[in-house]
Design a protein around this ligand. Structure first.
Ligand SMILES: CCCCCCCCCC(=O)SCCNC(=O)CCNC(=O)[C@H](O)C(C)(C)COP(=O)(O)OP(=O)(O)OC[C@H]1O[C@@H](n2cnc3c(N)ncnc32)[C@H](O)[C@@H]1OP(=O)(O)O
Ligand SMILES: Nc1ncnc2c1ncn2[C@@H]1O[C@H](COP(=O)(O)OP(=O)(O)OP(=O)(O)O)[C@@H](O)[C@H]1O
Ligand SMILES: O=C(O)CCC(=O)C(=O)O
Ligand SMILES: [Fe+2]
Ligand SMILES: [Mg+2]
Length: 308
């Protein structure tokens, strides 16, 4: 941290009731310098319990949600499906589930999102992550990556992720791991890591990741929320417990972001995979673009949808 930020932090910790403006200024400065900001106890227990119940209903196949992707861990991908949360490692694209999508419109979340990306807010990508107990092959890990690798829109500074712990997350059950300040770099090349036990579909990692790089483990309590920049290098460790570690997240982009063509960039490899899956799933041909796959998923949650 810079000296200015460190002195502000000391000031705040020494004041009995620090002025809100100073706390806000410090928080924003912390985000600029580190690429993330952790806010404790932001989402209520009641809301999280509702998201959990809805997740369980989806796993039991009591409801069907249009567009929802239900992912299984690669370690059990080829075994028989049982309608239980034990078979689900992640839900993606729950924008058509009103109960889960409430998360993306929570005023306490949007208040922060607006500070980072402005008043026009699109929810672009939604996930509920149910990190399973590791089956012994370390496939529960998420390799170190930058989320921007998946996004064909810009500018990066007008994108932010909100990630809320749905229960206590610790080093034991595979909390987020971040490389502070890495968001100041550029988008790096991503590939599948060469992991012996296998790796989940589309879990690309930054190429040539140096395990010696200083990292921070974000241990969090239920309801704590971290906001992070799409260039921040982050991942999550192995789940060494018997529980399913749950988190809910949304990636937001400003309504006036613009799409880019990823042809000739490091993102070509992910575009190819997304197109292959889209083609299989929706029986569409090569005419579908990466941009289309995002434009149909994006939902306006505040302000105006200008160019997204
Ligand atoms: C668009 C990406 C958005 C990401 C944006 C934000 C940053 C987020 C960073 C990430 O989270 S990156 C990871 C994101 N992951 C994905 O988006 C993967 C989405 N998952 C899927 O689309 C499906 O789960 C998948 C296509 C992989 C499988 O779904 P299916 O309903 O087709 O499953 P099915 O059981 O029929 O299995 C089909 C094949 O996939 C295989 N499979 C299933 N789950 C797998 C898995 N987890 N890993 C690897 N392979 C898997 C399965 O073994 C089988 O192989 P075979 O064809 O050889 O028989
Ligand atoms: N070769 C690699 N490429 C990309 N990411 C990696 C690689 N090796 C490890 N990681 C990631 O680094 C992060 C830390 O995981 P790892 O399991 O090594 O340690 P940990 O569980 O955080 O630490 P510990 O086990 O010591 O408590 C995870 O996000 C993991 O997926
Ligand atoms: O393990 C997690 O919850 C984080 C996963 C992640 O970084 C992602 O899906 O982009
Ligand atoms: Fe990520
Ligand atoms: Mg570990």
């Amino acid at each position: 941290m810079s000296r200015a930020a460190e002195r502000l932090r000391l000031l705040i910790t020494h004041l009995d009731r620090p002025p809100a403006a100073i706390v806000s200024f410090y928080s924003r400065l912390f985000y600029e310098e580190n690429g993330f900001l952790l806010i404790k106890n932001l989402v209520s227990e009641e809301d999280i319990d509702r998201f959990r119940r809805e997740f369980e209903r989806i796993c039991r196949q009591e409801i069907k949600v249009p567009g929802l992707v239900v992912m299984r861990d690669v370690a059990i991908a080829k075994s028989e499906f049982v309608p239980d949360q034990k078979a689900v490692s992640k839900l993606q694209d729950f924008q058509e589930d009103p109960e889960l999508f409430r998360y993306c419109s929570l005023p306490e979340i949007l208040k922060y999102v607006e500070c980072f990306i402005g008043p026009n807010i699109m929810a672009m990508h939604t996930m509920l992550i149910n990190k399973p107990p590791d089956a012994g092959k370390k496939t529960s890990r998420h390799p170190m990556h930058q989320d921007l690798h998946y996004f064909p829109f810009r500018p990066a500074d007008r994108i932010v992720c909100a990630w809320t712990a749905m229960e206590k997350v610790s080093r034991q059950n595979g909390c987020l791991v971040v490389l502070p300040g890495s968001h100041k770099g550029t988008l790096q090349e991503h590939d599948y890591p060469e992991w012996e036990g296998g790796v989940n579909k589309m879990y690309h990692g930054v190429r040539g990741y140096d395990p010696q790089h200083p990292r921070v483990h974000l241990e969090m309590e239920k309801g704590d929320t971290v906001f992070f920049h799409p260039l921040l290098i982050h991942g999550s460790g192995m789940n060494q417990t018997q529980g399913f570690r749950k988190a809910i997240s949304c990636h937001y982009a400003s309504g006036d972001c613009y799409y880019i063509d990823v042809k000739g960039t490091t993102q070509e490899n992910i575009e190819k995979e997304v197109k292959e899956i889209a083609a299989r799933k929706y029986a569409v041909g090569d005419e579908i673009t990466l941009k289309d796959t995002w434009a149909v998923r994006g939902r306006l949650v505040q302000g105006a949808r200008i160019s997204m």
